[in-house]
Ligand binder design. Sequence first.
Ligand SMILES: [Zn+2]
Length: 156
Amino acid sequence: MTDDKKIQEKISFSAIRKNVDCQNCGRSPLVALPPNYPTVDIVCQFCSQTAQVKSLRLRRIDSGLPNIITAAAWGPQKKRMNAGIFQPLYIVTFYGGKAISILYISPGVQKKYQKILFKKRKPLPDYNKRAGWQGFNYMIGNLPKKSLKLLWRRKH
Ligand SMILES: [Zn+2]
């Protein structure tokens, strides 16, 4: 991960901790898990629900969300989906180095729309140093608008 990404991630976690409650139990705080903890990023200190976090840089402060969010490795995600496991997803948008908004996609929404939400990417080509590695995207543009919940927005 680049330093830039690390900084962005740190800002995301602190924006979540400061501004939103756990969507599972309604309490707080949601805190960062140790770096490189597999598949999840934050945990609720009350109910222990874990969740994933994605940070997104907006092109303009008033840009809407993009239709596609790049995610992690497809293999582990597919295995969890086959087992019926979906992690809550918090999306933090950024502009000018500041968190702008926090959105949420519940496990229920992910399960209901899994066929249109998760799309595997092509495996990386042979010339890539991680040849054969396959990721996936969240196709959030495919979701009905009301299934994306806005939890917080920065006041200007
Ligand atoms: Zn909780």
